[in-house]
Every structure is written in C-alpha cells, then in structure tokens.
Design a protein around this ligand. Sequence first.
Ligand SMILES: Cc1cc2nc3c(=O)[nH]c(=O)nc-3n(C[C@H](O)[C@H](O)[C@H](O)COP(=O)(O)OP(=O)(O)OC[C@H]3O[C@@H](n4cnc5c(N)ncnc54)[C@H](O)[C@@H]3O)c2cc1C
Ligand SMILES: NC(=O)c1ccc[n+]([C@@H]2O[C@H](COP(=O)([O-])OP(=O)(O)OC[C@H]3O[C@@H](n4cnc5c(N)ncnc54)[C@H](O)[C@@H]3O)[C@@H](O)[C@H]2O)c1
Length: 473
Amino acid sequence: MTDQTYDVIVLGAGPVGENVADRVVKGGLTAAIVERELVGGECSYWACMPTKALLRSSAALRAARALPGAREAVTGDLDVAAVLARRDAFASNWKDDGQVAWLDSAGITLHRGHGRISGRLTVEVTRDDGATTVLAARHAVVVATGSSALLPDIPGLREAAPWTSRDAAAAGTVPARLAVIGGGVVATEMATAYASLGAQVTVLVRDGVLPQVEAFAGELVTTSLREAGVTVRTGVEVRSVERDGDGTVHLELDDGDRVEVDEVLVAIGRTPNTGDIGLETVGLKPGSWLTVDDTMRVVDGDGGLYAAGDVNRRALLTHQGKYQARAVGDVIVARAHGAAVDDGRWGRHVATADERAVPQVVFTDPEIAAVGLTAAAAEAAGLRIRVVDHDLAAVAGSALHADGYRGRARMVVDEDRRVIVGFTVAGPDVADLLHAATIAIVGEVPLDRLWHAVPAYPTVSEVWLRLLEAYGR
Ligand SMILES: Cc1cc2nc3c(=O)[nH]c(=O)nc-3n(C[C@H](O)[C@H](O)[C@H](O)COP(=O)(O)OP(=O)(O)OC[C@H]3O[C@@H](n4cnc5c(N)ncnc54)[C@H](O)[C@@H]3O)c2cc1C
Ligand SMILES: NC(=O)c1ccc[n+]([C@@H]2O[C@H](COP(=O)([O-])OP(=O)(O)OC[C@H]3O[C@@H](n4cnc5c(N)ncnc54)[C@H](O)[C@@H]3O)[C@@H](O)[C@H]2O)c1
C-alpha cells in the first residue's frame, strides 16, 4: 500500500541528492528525499568541509613562515584546540538544522529513515523506531546514497577498530602516533593535517603516493611530507594488525618490520552504499556500483531508476556529483513533460565532462590541482600527445608569493587537435589556478587562440604563457 506519492523520490540527501531534488522542484515537479543520517551527507560532516578546515590553518601558517617580515610576526605554534573548534563549526557541529531548513525553503519533502527500493518506482522508508512509510514515484527514483570507506581483509584490522576517513575528519583529539594505510587523496591529505597538528605520522603505501596524478606531483608531496617529519614507506603491505590491552596498535608489514601507533587510519578507496537499498527488487545486484548512461539512467534498470554522485563511480567528487545532479534533474523534468532530451555530446541533459575533464584539488603541501588526462592516461587512450612541463618557481608571481617556492606545471596537448587534454599544477596555493585549465579543456580552446589569453603580471598564472612558449608557436 502506498502512503504518499511524489513525482520524484531521491534516496540520500548528500550534496548530490539535495541538488537533484532542488532541480526537479525548480522544473515544476514534486520531490521527496530520504535520509538516514544527516541532511548534507558525507561531504558536509565527514569529508570535504571538516578535512579542509583541518588543513587550512596550518597552510596559512606555512605561508606566513615562507615570507620574511611575516615570519617574524609568527611567534607561536598552531593552536590545535582552535583548529579543531573551527573544524567543528565547519561541520555545523554535526547538526543538520540549517540543511533541513534549506530543504524546506526549496519545497522538498524530507523523510528521515533508511530507504529501500521495494519495486519499480517504489521506496520503503524505515524510521529509527521501526515504523515504515511506502513512497511511490510517478516519474523517477534517483539513488544518491554515496559511498563509504573500504576496509581491506587484513587479519586483525577490524578487531583493532581502525579509523576511517570519518574518524580522521571528526576526531576530538590528536593521537600521538598515527599510521595511515593507503597513499591516495585521503591518506595524503590526512597525513598532512595530522602531522601539522602534532601527530607522529607513518604512511604505509602499497604502490606509489597519489598514483592517480602525474608522478612529479606525488613526488613533491612525498618530499614535503618527509620534511614535515612524516615517515612515508612505499611498496609495503600490512600483513596483520593487533590492538593490545593498553590500546596500542601493532602493525606487521610484509617485510617483517613492525610499526606501533595509537590509531591506524585506513584510506584505500570507497565502496558504494548499495548493500541494503533493495536493488534486488528491481533485478540489480546489491552492493554493486550503479552503472549509468550519460543521462544518469541506470543501465539494466527499469527505465525509471537513476543514480548520481559517488554511487555511480563516474567521479567521486562533490562538484562532479552536483554537475551530474543538474543534468539528471533536468532530464527527469524533460522526460516527465514529454520535452526533447538534449543528450548529445555537451548537451544540457548529459554529464560529458565526467569523461575527460574532471577537476580535482588535493589539499596537501604543496597543493595539487589537476584536470583532464595525465600523460600516461592520454597515451593509454591512444592520443598522440606532447607533454610540456615548466618549473613553477621560475615564474615571477611564484617567486613573489613565497620564498623557496617549489612547484611544477604540466600541460598535455593532443597533437592532432592542438588542444589541451590534461593540466596538472603542484605548488603552494595553486588551487584556484585550476579553473582556467578546466575551461580550456571543456571549451577545446585551440592553442593558437590561447596565446591571446594573456595572464596578468606578476601572477602565478603566468605559467600559462611559459608553457605556451615552451610548446612553441
Ligand atoms: C575524507 C574525504 C574528503 C573529501 N574531500 C573532498 C573535497 O575536498 N572535494 C570534493 O569534491 N570531494 C571530496 N570528497 C568526496 C565527496 O565527499 C563525495 O564525492 C561526496 O560526498 C559525494 O556526494 P554524494 O551525495 O554522492 O554522497 P554522500 O555525500 O555520501 O551522501 C549520501 C547520503 O545518502 C545517505 N544514505 C545512504 N544510504 C541511504 C539509505 N538507504 N537511505 C537513506 N539515506 C541513505 C547517507 O546517509 C548520505 O547522507 C571527499 C571524500 C572523503 C572521504
Ligand atoms: N580533495 C579532494 O578532492 C578529495 C579528498 C579526499 C577524498 N576525495 C575522494 O574520495 C575518494 C576516496 O579517497 P581515497 O584516498 O580513499 O581513495 P583513492 O582512490 O584516492 O586512493 C586509494 C589508495 O589506496 C591504495 N590501495 C588500494 N587498495 C589497497 C590495499 N588493499 N592496501 C593498501 N593500499 C591500497 C591505492 O593504491 C591508492 O593509493 C577519492 O575518489 C577521492 O577523489 C577527494
């Protein structure tokens, strides 16, 4: 029996679910959103916001210490309690009143509880007290349930109560010794943060540091982590973990070494939140990532099922998930109204940029900002490329920005089309340089035209001119 009917039901009120619901309501449809924890999702309370708050104060301190005059004015160390308090504020003290008020103002109906699909266009919501409500959708059910930390099957690990990204983001105290398993984005950002907060950090990496980005960027981060006192061990696997009666965690490595710490953070990637959402009722496999077409409609679904954000594995980033949300919200509205669907390449109803133009900033020291393909990925994709590198320290704006500035930029050019397909820059405070590259890639701006986009002097952006000069005209 159906209790309530809406045009669209969104499962999960993370940043992506919220944006899907907002979009369909703006398009004239009704929407309900189902959330089992906090409205705002992982990003607001346990991921993007709190982790960036943990990193920001020490980055500002580093910047001041890199400048004569400012350096002399810094007379103390980082105030850890103040950093944690600012982090708490950025996580809204783990309360979602503000987000709930926003849902209200946007005309979206919130159903609190665990949502499960119970057949085509039907969702059952189970509240904490066990009461259930059955919701029906006229047009679409959108799964935006996100992802959770993946735990490897290392003997003793689960029993040792390891930290996941959630614990690292929300910790109330800083452990004296922290081991980090993994070398990706979470591992390097949290190693940077906790080292700055005073922990003795050991990073245990199976492969290389930040394997997803250009190798020079991972090398710069490794060097600076080591300079900050972090032990970075690459090419090691953790064999077993044990927490003893005193709370000390003992890790045994595959080379026989042992590491003793107070907490161990596992940061080896994500698993989709699809294990208990009723996928079996619509012929899909519980626990799997949801494969979608470019309009975010689930492949092998029932036609009314969509998936956006982390759960479809296209790009596990908030901004990219919200981009998908705009496309999927609009396409649901178009289909509901029988309007034309604009699903051609770069059309309104598709998320084409997911393919080859995903921007990401890693907030380590130095920051890494990258968009599009790495040189290796471009070659693997069969492109005929030319790689152009430039030393970021050799740009007037960088030299002014900080003494001893270290950094590097790379552009990857598709030689057949003479357009940029990849851009990576590593250096202090480079995050906001990235959008220019994203525009160049998405706009497929010809290199000959880029010469007319003149970077202001003396800014770090002048690296664009240096890269073009190195490429030649
Ligand atoms: C430590 C860390 C730092 C990060 N930093 C950044 C960053 O700086 N920038 C960036 O772009 N990305 C960052 N990310 C990635 C970013 O957090 C995710 O890409 C983003 O949160 C995905 O949004 P989402 O809405 O798809 O999922 P989520 O944010 O995970 O939201 C999903 C929501 O669905 C709810 N839910 C799940 N199952 C059910 C169910 N059955 N019923 C009801 N509700 C359900 C959950 O409770 C949750 O609220 C970071 C990730 C981590 C782990
Ligand atoms: N600033 C940001 O934009 C930001 C920050 C944090 C996280 N995120 C997103 O969150 C997602 C999750 O981040 P993450 O760091 O957990 O994953 P990741 O995919 O970035 O890195 C995982 C790392 O773990 C290693 N690994 C995998 N399996 C392993 C195993 N069994 N043992 C040891 N090492 C193993 C991999 O080689 C890789 O280095 C990413 O997709 C990332 O984009 C984004």
